[in-house]
Each structure stands twice: as structure tokens, then as C-alpha cells.
Design a protein. Structure first.
Length: 104
């Protein structure tokens, strides 16, 4: 995965989730605060060639704190996939920050 100038493999993403993202959300939940993330995907383009697929999409997330909107962020992403034994496997995921309008 390529994101925000960094290159990460599957293990690095797992570590980030385990040691960064999940504890941050648990910190809010431990004091009774409710935090919710709602993602929206808007597909820009999908292309196929034999056993290879390429997709680009906009990924936005709204964050609610105790049911009230408090943040929105977004990325524009692209992925390359290869079909292997009737299953699609991701070879590459690229993510770049995307400017989004404040809906508050």
C-alpha cells in the first residue's frame, strides 16, 4: 500500500491498526463516548484486461461523536487486482488525501 508518502505491506497495516487506530478508538469508548465512522465509496473508473483489473474511487468517511458530526476526511484511491484461481487478489493500493467540503 502506498499512502501519504509511505510504503506499507500487509504486516505494517496490521501493526498500525493494532497499535494506533484501534487503541485510539478504544480510548474514546472506554469513557462511554460513542464514536462511529461511516464510509462512502464513489467509483470513478473500473477497467479489465484478461485477469487484471484496475479501479479508482473516492473514499470519504464521516465521524460521529455521540451521534453528532465532528469530522470528515477523504482519499482518492486506486487499486490493481489480479484474478488467481477464481479469486481477486490485490497487488497494489494507492491512497492520496483528498480535499473535501466541510458539511458541518
Amino acid at each position: 500500500m502506498l499512502e501519504d508518502g509511505e510504503i506499507s505491506d500487509r504486516n505494517a497495516v496490521k501493526e498500525l491498526m493494532k497499535n494506533g487506530v484501534i487503541p485510539e478508538f478504544q480510548k474514546y469508548n472506554s469513557d462511554g463516548t460513542s464514536i462511529k465512522r461511516i464510509n462512502h465509496i464513489e467509483v470513478v473508473k473500473v477497467s479489465f484486461s484478461k485477469n487484471t483489473a484496475w479501479i479508482s474511487y473516492r473514499n470519504t468517511a464521516e465521524f460521529l461523536l455521540n451521534g453528532d458530526f465532528f469530522n470528515k476526511m477523504g482519499t482518492i484511491e486506486s487499486a490493481i487486482l489480479v484474478k488467481d484461481n477464481k479469486k481477486w487478489k490485490m497487488l497494489l493500493l494507492h491512497s492520496s488525501p483528498m480535499k473535501i467540503e466541510d458539511t458541518k
